[in-house]
Design a protein around this ligand. Structure first.
Ligand SMILES: [Zn+2]
Length: 458
């Protein structure tokens, strides 16, 4: 029996050091180094169980012209939102991490997908719940499948033993933090365990061509629990977000070796599981009869998809000391910049006002194309003049109060038209290349903020 070997791991970034450090020399965090036992037992031989590395005879340099390449067919799931965030379906042999806060619905999402894949043998490995609990969840979802198999197990060696006999077409791991490899002695959920188990799953996925989905819990500050290194190891990282008290959930791609990283899927959590929301603008814009001051509609792009979103603001005289600035779903610095532009270029006395800004639906928007909608919302609330509900905006605002062009304006206009808006405000520079007569929606153009307000706030 060899001497017990330990090493120190940064719990934030996964950095390994032979001795304890007060401050991680990789990510700079303090007090994150934790001692973990890494003594490796002699590996059992098996198809995917790592054996000691032998001489690798297979690899030799190849001319790039010699390599034949044909795109492997992806597996299309019945879930169009999932297909979209994956970049067009499940890639064979890919390792996908689904991160999210506890209780947000990751297990529900994965079980629902596992139950709805006709003709595909799915092995759902759970270290979190008993098989009865999973069955209960499946009953609630109201779907059943003879192709979905449940295994409650946490040892990777035992899981791979089952896989060798069972040969699934798709493997789901719920969750990576519960898995334990006997090659590493530290407890489940520790950095070295998570890393070793992920490496074993990666090897299995690549060598067998079986896609693997693994669930990972994230901590309160939004990081994947334990190591950032996990994100570097997998092919695709999907974040499942949303407020657990609200019905809407967002599935967002943050890393994808097989597609774009700006895609977004939207679901509604119902008693019977997650419902795909195929026309998100309808839920992001509140149904209202009367126009209210402070409410405007802007356009944003998420990946290839234009969305129309509602911006709400409340501007009122600050009664207690320093005026408050509060923004939800929109960058607070950008809000301050736009307020300064309105004050300086538009002459609106916003300095002594409390300002609250909210993006409806719990979305976080980074697209600068909603600037004009934000400005219009602020001014509408300040002046207490409602902007008609049939008007929307798609332009960036510069420091000089100029209305700037945004990308993919045609898509934004087309989406607004599709949703029945009567009027959209865009930058004059954006309109130059467009044939405005082709639209049923009235495309209004401006190069300065004043032109917009003079027209809307008479
Ligand atoms: Zn670190």
């Amino acid at each position: 029996m060899a001497k017990v070997k330990t090493s120190y791991f940064c719990q934030n970034c996964g950095y390994q050091s032979p001795k304890w450090l007060g401050r991680c020399s990789s990510c700079g965090e303090w007090n994150t180094m934790v001692e973990e036992i890494i003594q490796k037992a002699e590996p059992e031989k098996g198809r995917w169980r790592p054996a000691s590395a032998g001489p690798n005879l297979a690899a030799r340099p190849k001319a790039i012209t010699e390599i034949d390449y044909s795109e492997q067919p992806r597996v299309l799931t019945p879930d169009a939102e999932l297909n979209r965030v994956l970049g067009g379906g499940i890639v064979p042999g890919s390792l996908v991490l689904i991160g999210g806060e506890p209780g947000i619905g990751k297990s529900t999402l994965m079980l629902q997908i596992a139950l709805n894949l006709p003709g595909i043998r799915v092995l759902y490995v759970s270290g979190e719940e008993s098989d009865q609990q999973i069955k209960m969840r499946a009953e609630r979802l109201g779907t059943n499948s003879a192709n979905c198999f449940i295994l409650t197990e946490t040892s990777t060696q035992n899981i791979f033993k089952q896989i060798e006999n069972f040969e699934p077409d798709l493997l789901v791991i719920d969750s990576i933090q519960t898995l334990q490899s006997n090659l590493v002695e530290s407890g489940a959920g520790s950095v070295s365990q998570v890393r070793e188990c992920t490496a074993e799953l990666m090897k299995f996925a690549k060598e067998s061509g079986t896609p693997v989905f693994m669930i990972g819990h994230i901590t309160k500050d939004g990081n994947l629990a334990g190591p950032k290194v996990l994100e570097h190891m997998v092919d695709t990282v999907l974040q499942f977000e949303g407020d657990r008290h609200l019905a809407y959930r967002i599935l967002r791609t943050t890393k994808n070796r097989f597609g774009s990283t700006s895609e977004l899927g939207i679901y509604e959590m119902q008693g019977s599981g997650l419902r795909q929301v195929s026309n998100p603008s309808e839920i992001l814009i509140s149904q209202r009869e009367d126009a209210l001051s402070g409410i405007t509609i802007g356009t944003m792009l998420e990946g290839n998809r234009p969305l129309l979103i509602e911006i709400q603001s409340l501007v009122s005289i600050a009664t207690y000391g320093t005026p408050q600035r509060s923004s939800t779903g929109f960058d607070a610095k950008r809000l301050n910049m736009l307020l300064a532009v309105l004050e300086k270029r538009g002459g609106f006395r916003l300095g002594a006002q409390d300002v609250f800004l909210n993006i409806a639906g719990g979305l976080k928007v980074e697209d600068p194309a909603i600037d004009l909608a934000v400005c219009a919302s602020l001014v509408s609330s300040y002046e207490d003049i409602a902007i008609p509900a049939s008007v929307c905006f798609a332009a960036e605002v510069g420091l000089g109060g100029e209305v700037r062009a945004v990308n993919r304006i045609e898509n934004r206009i087309a989406e607004a038209e599709k949703l029945g808006f009567k009027e959209i405000w865009v930058s004059r520079y954006n309109a130059k290349g467009l044939n405005l007569d082709q639209y049923k929606i009235r495309v209004r153009t401006a190069s300065k903020l004043d032109e917009v307000f003079i027209s809307l706030l008479r």
